[in-house]
Design a protein around this ligand. Structure first.
Ligand code: NDP
Length: 396
């Protein structure tokens, strides 16, 4: 018997709820709470129609710790699964500490007034979580998330030392919109407009935003695509936890059309995160931009094509050089058929459900604050194959 309280009724939240409902033997009770309760109700209706499972809904402002604490005390969940926004990570961790409930999220905390991607704020909770005897699992999406587990699995089964890591995230899908982001536009644009950063010989090396690119020939008919070097949060924990790493980089594909729109929006100041005064009201231009862009959840029926996200790892096994590519390909249309969402939400929501399943089944269970690669990758890798994100490994 376990009760999961899911916070956030956006694109990812919808997938998590649908996937949890498919495994009633683990998730015996599901509550979905978010700022806008109508969105929770719409998701609950879709889940009921697809699976027959009844999902309870609640309204909560997750920035307000007292409100979340009151909700947790009333519902007594076994786990709080946070798929709201990164801004809510710390208030939700505070609420879990106060009520003694385990915590899981898919993205690291960001202060609203500065776009900084660092685990330091959440890692600072480690001792308090240990003392309270509760667990936090950080970054249980695809990247971070599955990419961390791929690295742990490669380290466990295929390498004595991993020397280089390239995480390559390709969205070869098309939603037909002039400009839209596949997950929350504010979080997405804050991330992409940052300076790039990779790790080499024990140091971080900075690059101008999206100034480095390469062409990568993706498998299974996707073909060559241009990928841009970016900083991505999983690099921070992987360089600590993967043995022998000399270089770690993250790459993402973008279309020319996307980059042109982004450049114009940046040049005219629409991606600014600092508030400006407009007709007597303070607004952050990026928040206004988010309000006029399509909601990620609305892209489900429009998006065609596939994603391909994976890790290229090079290292040593038994004294010999070895190179592996581990990847998943996910179809936007198939994800939409199954749960009514596009593949970006799907590839994040499925691992969030699996991370929760690992914790509730006691397979990953230890007080403290943890990143994904710190646990045994095998049961997670098995569940990826079972629950919709099968992986392929090839020796290059
Ligand atoms: P959406 O914007 O679609 O959804 C966010 C949801 O959180 C909305 O329902 C929103 O409510 C709710 N929310 C926001 N603020 C609050 C609050 N204060 N209290 C309660 N609810 C709140 O985002 P996505 O679903 O696309 O993304 C969800 C998370 O997943 C993000 O943190 C994102 O960074 C992460 N992510 C991780 C990935 C990975 O691979 N690791 C990949 C993609 C996303 P409302 O509807 O009222 O605005």
């Amino acid at each position: 018997m376990s009760h999961v309280l899911i916070i956030g009724a956006g694109g990812v939240g919808s997938v998590v709820v649908h996937k949890c409902a498919q495994i009633p033997e683990v998730f015996t009770r599901i509550t979905l709470a978010s700022r806008t309760v109508a969105k929770c109700e719409a998701i609950a209706q879709s889940v009921k129609a697809r699976t027959g499972v009844q999902v309870a809904v609640e309204q909560v402002d997750a920035d307000n710790v007292a409100e979340t604490v009151a909700l947790i005390k009333r519902l007594k969940p076994d786990l709080l699964l946070n798929v709201a926004l990164p801004y809510q990570d710390l208030p939700l961790m505070d609420a879990c500490l106060e009520t003694g409930v385990d915590y899981l999220d898919t993205a690291n905390y960001e202060p609203p007034d500065v776009a900084k991607f660092e685990y330091k704020w959440q890692w600072a909770y480690r001792e308090r979580f240990e003392k309270a005897g509760i667990m936090a699992l950080l970054g249980s999406g695809f990247d971070p998330g599955v990419t961390n587990v791929y690295c742990a699995w490669a380290q466990k089964h295929h390498f004595d030392e991993i020397h280089t890591l390239d995480i390559i995230d390709c969205n070869a899908g098309d939603h037909g919109q002039a400009f839209a982001t596949n997950f929350n536009p504010e979080i997405n644009i804050r991330e992409i407009t940052q300076r790039g950063r990779y790790w080499e010989h024990g140091e971080w090396v900075e690059t101008d935003p999206l100034s480095w690119s390469m062409s990568y020939d993706f498998p299974e008919g996707i073909g060559p695509k241009k990928c841009y070097l970016m900083y991505h949060e999983e690099l921070e924990s992987l360089v600590r936890n993967i043995r022998g790493l000399k270089r770690a980089r993250f790459w993402m594909t973008f279309s020319e059309q996307y980059l042109t729109h982004l450049r114009v929006l940046e040049n005219v100041g629409m991606t600014r995160i600092d508030p400006i005064k407009y007709q007597g009201t303070e607004i952050a231009p990026i928040q206004f931009l988010k309000a006029v862009l399509p909601e990620p959840a609305s892209l489900g029926p429009l998006t065609k094509g596939r994603t391909c996200i994976g890790c290229v790892l090079r290292g040593i096994k038994d004294g010999k050089e070895k190179q592996l590519y581990i990847y998943n390909i996910c179809s936007h249309e198939e994800a939409f058929r199954e749960v009514g969402s596009q593949a970006i939400s799907y590839t994040t929501g499925v691992p969030a459900m699996i991370g929760a399943k690992m914790m509730l089944q006691g397979l990953w269970k230890q007080p403290g604050v943890w990143n994904m690669e710190e646990f045994d990758p095998d049961p997670f890798m098995a569940d990826l194959n079972t629950y919709g994100l099968p992986w392929t490994v090839v020796e290059l």
